[in-house]
Design a protein around this ligand. Sequence first.
Ligand SMILES: Nc1ncnc2c1ncn2[C@@H]1O[C@H](COP(=O)(O)OP(=O)(O)OP(=O)(O)O)[C@@H](O)[C@H]1O
Ligand SMILES: [Mg+2]
Length: 242
Amino acid sequence: MKAAMPLIRAERLVKTYRTGEVEVHAVRGVDFAIESKSFVVFVGPSGSGKTTLLNMIGCLDHPTSGKLTVIDTDVGQLGRRAAANFRGEHIGFVFQDFNLIPVLTVYENIEYPLIMVQDWPEKKRREQVMRLLEAVGMSGQAGKRPDQISGGQKQRVAVARALATNAQLVLADEPTANLDHDTAYRVIELMKKMRDEFGTTFVFSTHDPKIMGAAEVVFTLEDGGISKPSEKALEKAEAVHA
Ligand SMILES: Nc1ncnc2c1ncn2[C@@H]1O[C@H](COP(=O)(O)OP(=O)(O)OP(=O)(O)O)[C@@H](O)[C@H]1O
Ligand SMILES: [Mg+2]
């Protein structure tokens, strides 16, 4: 029997930025695999390559060399248009500064991708938004606008929006950077609960060591390389090989 492909696989993945004469080696030939339905974090200091990696996985940036496979697709080969379609179909995003649309209500923010990115009929949209409002504990705030809710609540709405199109993969670059520690922890726990409930794979980044403990798989980035596998990853690997 053929083993199932991981959801994401990077092989000698490189990203080099060129600005005039200067080259920045943002990602220096990394290899990793991320299994479907896992809860994964990339940690590392500022400039270590977290955003660059997440942007390549999210098809927002193009690898310089190496191979990156996301959901059975060699994303390095996608042109602009195809990359945009791939994102709209398969990937949800959660941002550091929430990125909610200020003039829309909580309800409308979650509904937005179902109208603009995909084209769901009204009844199906309504069911999906209600289900997600419930799942993230925001049913009581559906009619409020983003400036009427707290940072933690905004990020709950953003998580619901990322899940609206039933994306298989949600990417979150420093989703807790603008939250206090307790709120940050609760947002991460919410993402994990959504993984359990919807089977969505979550990949996030942080430089907060306290937050990374909530992840099941930790990749530590250092100067564009993966410096060491996590304890948990090693334990899992040992269990597999035992
Ligand atoms: N568009 C770009 N052009 C040139 N250099 C870039 C670009 N984007 C990132 N870099 C450089 O690539 C390296 C990795 O940056 P990246 O943003 O991926 O780090 P990061 O781990 O996300 O950092 P932070 O924690 O500050 O968000 C840094 O040296 C950065 O200056
Ligand atoms: Mg970053």
